[in-house]
Ligand binder design. Structure first.
Ligand SMILES: Cc1cc2nc3c(=O)[nH]c(=O)nc-3n(C[C@H](O)[C@H](O)[C@H](O)COP(=O)(O)OP(=O)(O)OC[C@H]3O[C@@H](n4cnc5c(N)ncnc54)[C@H](O)[C@@H]3O)c2cc1C
Length: 485
């Protein structure tokens, strides 16, 4: 008897694609392929990952890079055969700036998101005054937090380094990644490394310095393979990754323009209903969507679980790519970009000097800038219409970089409700979700709401989930089949 191994994946972003690719690999390994259907609501795969060439520029709408410290994206690229397309950041300008009082000031060397690890560079920086530097130094003597349990990133930084460091450095640096309000952001799920340092060494600074001395460097630098920069991309943009996955899945059935409306268990299988009313049946359904998009699919079959998923808040962000003649930008662009503290009352979150950060993003004598706008602390900016948003961004760039000339062209991309906000208690919420999910064998959830929002986090969680799916089906196949007389 042929055993059924049908899996439906809902959502064709990197999470869905990575799950499918891992299932394909596992099927090949065991010689028992899975029958896979991937349902995607739109006409393209990749989700928020989208790279586009225009007039010799390479524009990234969503992510423009991934970090090498988390190896899942690099390892997947190896297996896809596209590792040779990976590019690192420009060696010449490995630094970024923070905006302060009309100036872009370099982030001191060795400053690791919230704390310094190179004391001399920290002492020399004009970013903070001597009073604040003294307060940061006191971190070495502040005792550890006694109570267990999650804490906000804002609370942690304020407690250890003081208010000014929180508002002028930590908030903009973290804001550039999570577009979140640090007062609500969960420390244990977003920056657990700092919690570990406090617990292990009694001080974040002492921990960073000790680890540096012991040469406990990130995996990317100690690996025997090539040494990578912290941020990586692909020669032809981030979409190389999702394009390469989808090109290597000829055996998978892609159902495009096919939004899924609902899923429910039925006689040991799963029913998957499309919005256009067709219903599929599968042994496993894996929902690779944002939590709030997954919630309505489960509202009847698993109302409790669905409500928990609705409790993960999301924020909206926009990216604005701007192409310039290099000579129209007075600033030397001697870095990868800058972040802007929300406390300054200015309008943008961050700006990348894309054509400096990565090669091949702009033709010779041209420059590409990419502004990040919106998020938890700038909702009113995201709410502007495109014209007002562009006008605001141009005014802002004039202020920071002295640019008076109009761009050659610009491109606004909006990502409504795409940035999950891991609030204090997120880990507990995820444990609850996981335990409720256990009541529904054959149902799986992947995506950026659960185990990290970055591309490598999404890939890792999807691959682990694909392995659980394979194991679930294998164990089920081993169960004795009851003969009906
Ligand atoms: C602007 C921006 C910049 C970012 N920058 C970085 C960065 O530099 N580095 C980094 O590592 N990470 C970055 N991230 C985060 C990272 O890119 C995302 O977390 C990740 O790509 C999410 O992938 P996903 O597959 O989980 O979700 P998505 O990409 O959102 O994919 C979900 C897919 O499901 C489809 N879908 C939705 N509803 C349905 C339905 N009912 N039925 C079927 N299909 C449906 C959607 O059309 C979409 O294709 C950024 C994110 C954004 C938005």
């Amino acid at each position: 008897m042929k055993i059924s191994r049908k899996v439906v994946i809902v959502g064709g972003g990197i999470s869905g694609l990575a799950a499918v690719y891992r299932l394909k690999e596992l099927g090949q390994k065991t010689g028992q392929p899975f029958e896979i259907v991937l349902a995607e609501a739109t006409s393209r795969l990749g989700g928020v990952i989208e790279s586009r060439a225009q007039d010799g520029f390479l524009l990234e709408g969503g992510p423009d890079s991934f970090i090498s410290e988390k190896p899942a994206a690099r390892e997947l690229s190896d297996r896809l055969g596209i590792a040779s397309e990976i590019i690192g950041t420009n060696n010449k300008f490995r630094r970024s700036f923070i905006y302060k009082k009309g100036k872009l000031i370099p982030i001191p060397e060795g400053y690791y998101l919230i704390a310094p690890s190179r004391i001399s560079a920290f002492l020399m920086t004009p970013l903070l005054n001597w009073g604040t530097k003294f307060r940061v130094g006191c971190e070495l003597f502040i005792s550890k937090r006694k109570s267990a349990g999650d804490e906000s990133v804002g609370g942690f930084v304020r407690r250890r380094f003081g208010e000014t460091t929180l508002q002028e450095i930590a908030q903009p640096m973290i804001g550039g990644i999570y577009t979140a309000d640090p007062e609500f952001l969960s420390l244990e799920t977003t920056l657990p490394q700092f919690l570990d340092l406090e617990r292990q060494y009694g001080s974040v600074i002492r921990g960073l310095i000790t680890r540096k001395r012991l040469r406990l460097k990130p995996a990317a630098q100690t690996a025997s393979g090539p040494r990578y920069s912290l941020f990586l991309s692909f020669r032809e943009g981030m979409e190389s990754l999702t394009r390469s996955i989808s090109a290597q899945l000829p055996e998978v059935t892609f159902r495009m323009n096919a939004p899924v409306a609902e899923v429910w268990p039925h006689s040991g299988k799963w029913k998957i209903a499309f919005r256009h009313r067709e219903v599929l049946e599968a042994d496993v359904v894996c929902i690779a969507l944002s939590a709030f998009q997954a919630a309505p699919l489960l509202s009847r079959a698993a109302p409790d679980l669905s409500r928990d998923l609705e409790n993960v808040p999301y924020e909206s962000v926009a990216t604005i790519n701007l192409a310039y003649k290099r000579s129209d930008i007075p600033h030397p662009l001697n870095g990868f970009g800058f972040v802007v503290p929300a406390i300054t009352g200015r309008k943008i979150v961050a700006c990348s000097f894309s054509s400096v950060k990565f090669a091949g993003r702009a033709p010779r004598d041209m420059a590409l800038l990419r502004v990040f706008a919106g998020g938890a602390l700038h909702r009113e900016v995201y709410a502007m219409d495109d014209k007002a948003l562009e006008r605001t961004v141009l005014e802002e760039l004039r202020h920071y970089l002295g640019i008076k000339a109009p761009p050659l062209f610009s491109s606004i991309k909006r990502y409504p409700n795409t940035m999950p906000q891991y609030r204090v208690g997120h880990l507990e919420l995820m444990k609850t979700v996981q335990s409720k999910l256990a009541a529904f064998p054959g149902l799986y959830l992947v995506g950026n709401a659960y185990r990290g929002i970055g591309v490598p986090d999404c890939i890792k969680w999807s691959e682990l989930t694909a392995e659980s799916i394979a194991q679930f089906l294998e164990e089920r196949e081993r169960l004795p089949v009851l003969e009906v007389p």
